[in-house]
Design a protein around this ligand. Sequence first.
Ligand SMILES: N[C@@H](CCC(=O)N[C@@H](CS)C(=O)NCC(=O)O)C(=O)O
Length: 227
Amino acid sequence: MEPIDNLTLYELAGADPENRFSPHCWKIRFALTHKGIAARRIAWRFTEKEAIAFSGQPRVPVLVHDQRVITDSWNIALYLEETFADRPSLFGAPAAVPLALFMNSWADTTLMMTLLRVILLDVYACVDDRDRQYFRSSREARLGMTLEEAAADQEKHVAEFRKALQPLRSVLARQEFLAGDQPAYADYCVLGMFMWARCTSEVALLEPSDLVFRWRDRLYQAFDGLC
Ligand SMILES: N[C@@H](CCC(=O)N[C@@H](CS)C(=O)NCC(=O)O)C(=O)O
């Protein structure tokens, strides 16, 4: 990994500052590794809004490169692709960019919402003490119920999550990775969600016979030392 001068990534951290569990930040960790570059990584907590106020919005990841500030993982991926164009492409071909955007949007909505119901209490257990009240009140407002109500019947939520993965299985029955015969950003959009669970929860999300389990294993091996 080549360290790049003045490249800084703000990442969500838990009670353990080394536990960087945000799915969106993981997408960028994979993207940087794919490009063979390393950024300085700064741990950030949900309630440290003032630390990223310079970015004009309240969420991570935030990437700072020289004087440029880039927010939203999708924008960051596009920025890395354009700025480090001489390194391996994150998308493979221009035509693959909108398809990767579709994958990103699907992962951030359908997949994330079903997975959230499975791991919600485990995520809550990982957040830093100073974030606990904020996490509870912001998520309960979003969900319209208590964390405990949203997380009840975990078995049912695991079944719904597995069902939601069906479109991936149709692709993985025909090719090794979502992006083709090599992994790329479309894969990282989904893998980021699995890393969110891996960093916070011990629940068995997938059966070993599942094509998605085998795909995930291939990626864990490809990113050995990072995952
Ligand atoms: N669409 C954004 C979503 C970023 C996002 O929601 N990040 C979460 C961490 S996973 C966050 O910073 N949340 C702050 C909050 O909930 O106040 C992206 O892809 O970067």
